[in-house]
Design a protein around this ligand. Structure first.
Ligand SMILES: C[S@@+](CC[C@H](N)C(=O)[O-])C[C@H]1O[C@@H](n2cnc3c(N)ncnc32)[C@H](O)[C@@H]1O
Ligand code: SF4
Length: 466
């Protein structure tokens, strides 16, 4: 199998050299740098600052942490329970948090990106879904052209829920698919037939959803290139508009549910590379464009257009074209990004409830960005989203010369045996460009611009880069 103009042996050597723990850069600095010196009071001050620009649009994320059971591979913040009444209690707290947030932001603010994630948002009943959306709409003004997205687990989502979501104005669905192979599904404790995914997909199309994403994961236990190719073929037969192919993050020290996965069942870095290669090949052949680090989209999809125009953005909700300057997030463990600071809510329901009962924002920790962080964040985001960085952009936005400010970083990248000499990164008069072969290693290139030691010490806080 080929995935570019370079041969397999060459790639094997590169993987050997570059495969190490490293951040996925959904934020910079990464969540590892968040600390409890940033809490509810600091968050309130940031909201007050954001309130002074009340006409600026917002992104709004709502976290619904519940799942009926915990999949063994899952790395998300989840509460596994079949006791439906817990969701009813949770909604009452979400309602209070949303009201408190809207008041602190100075009234009804306009939202251009509205996203429900989880856990499993469709754990909620029809009434609860309608109620939660009504609570949000009471306090926020969702733009008519907003991206309104929700994560769907096809195993528990009904046609009635799909119809309701469409009626409420949701316009994007993201299906959790992962892998159709029964052996893999057994190993990850997630049994999901092709038929149920297929039926729900067509129900969503019939309900009028024009934008559907599928999430797949490569590097799962017992995954083989052949079995994964079969999943990929079934997926392109359905023709979702977007496909995310995440590299499996095996972090059992952070997610104890992953301890049930036998490490001997995990594909090694070489096989992982072939699995990703298979995805690139099948999707490219089926007419999809490769977007950012691990996404694919049909050429007329907004993400594909934005990628061609270099307008792609990335935040905690993933790649987007609609990212607003401030992202607010509600619910257990949710992460916001407001007025130059990240804030994360409590990761246990008890502590989340306790803070709201005390009339406080339920913030556990956060991080206020420095000017240096902001510049590095821009550099890393450009490389991750658009695979290039313009010297002129850096000069215009930050008033510094790339070569002066990052002299040490650029020298390290250009060292023999580094990304430039390995053909992963090109330096040219206009700036930097990640090459086609470098895309697989873009996290490693970004790590050169990360000034925090956690990214460089190989500490077991991050998943592996390949
Ligand atoms: C919150 S989950 C999905 C929503 C829904 N609960 C479901 O499972 O269908 C979002 C996505 O994260 C991805 N994901 C979860 N755990 C992961 C892990 N350990 N490594 C990589 N991706 C992971 C999966 O692709 C999953 O669909
Ligand atoms: S993968 Fe989805 S359904 Fe499974 S535990 Fe994680 S959030 Fe829940």
């Amino acid at each position: 199998m080929t995935t570019g103009s370079f041969d397999a042996l060459d790639v094997a050597a590169l993987i050997e050299r570059y495969d190490r723990p490293g951040p996925r850069y959904t934020s910079y600095p990464t969540a590892v740098e968040f600390h409890d010196g940033f809490g509810a009071d600091e968050y309130r001050a940031r909201l007050a600052s954001a309130a002074t620009a009340a006409d600026r649009p917002l992104s709004l994320y709502v976290h619904v942490p519940f799942c009926e059971s915990r999949c063994a591979y899952c790395g998300c913040a989840v509460v596994a329970t079949r006791k439906r009444e817990v969701a009813a209690t949770y909604l009452t707290y979400l309602e209070r948090e949303i009201a408190m947030l809207a008041a602190a932001l100075g009234g009804r603010r306009r939202v251009v990106q509205y996203h429900w994630g989880g856990g499993t948002p469709t754990y909620l009943s029809l009434e609860q879904i309608a109620r939660l959306d009504a609570i949000v709409q009471r306090h926020f003004d969702i733009s008519p052209d907003a991206e309104r997205a929700i994560e769907i687990d096809p195993r528990v989502t009904t046609r009635a829920q799909i119809t309701l979501l469409r009626r409420l104005g949701f316009n994007r669905l993201s299906f959790g698919v992962q892998d159709f192979s029964p052996a893999v599904q057994e190993a990850i404790q997630r049994h999901q037939t092709e038929a149920e995914t297929h039926d729900l997909y067509w129900a969503a199309r019939e309900a009028g959803f024009e934008s559907i994403n599928f999430d797949l994961v490569y590097g799962l236990p017992r995954q083989t290139v052949r079995s994964f190719e079969r999943t990929l073929e079934r997926v392109v037969d359905m023709r979702p508009d977007r496909i995310a192919v995440y590299s499996y993050a095996h972090v059992p020290w952070l997610r104890p549910n992953q301890k049930t996965i036998d490490p001997l069942d995990l594909p090694d870095a070489q096989v992982k590379r072939q699995l990703l290669g298979a995805a690139i090949e099948v999707f490219t052949r089926a007419g999809y464009d490769s977007i950012g680090m691990d996404h694919f989209a049909l050429p007329d999809d907004e993400l594909a257009t934005a990628a061609r125009d270099r307008r792609l953005r990335r935040n905690f909700m993933g790649y987007t074209t609609q990212s607003a300057p401030d992202s607010v997030a509600v619910g257990m463990s949710a992460i916001g990004d407001v007025a130059g600071a990240f804030s994360q809510n409590h990761k246990s329901l008890a502590r989340y409830y306790e803070a709201i009962d005390a009339g406080r924002f339920p913030v556990e920790r956060g991080y206020a960005l420095t000017d240096d962080d902001r510049l590095r964040r821009f550099v890393i985001a450009e490389l991750m989203c658009n695979f290039q960085l313009d010297r002129a952009d850096v000069r215009e936005r930050f008033g510094v010369e790339l070569d002066d400010y990052f002299a040490a970083e650029l020298a390290a990248l250009a060292e023999p045996g580094g990304p430039v000499s390995d053909g992963l990164l090109e330096m040219h008069p206009g700036g930097l460009r990640v090459t086609a072969r470098g895309r697989l290693f873009v996290r490693n290139v970004c790590m050169a611009f990360d000034r925090y030691p956690a990214a460089h010490q190989g500490r077991p806080v991050f998943s592996r880069t390949i």
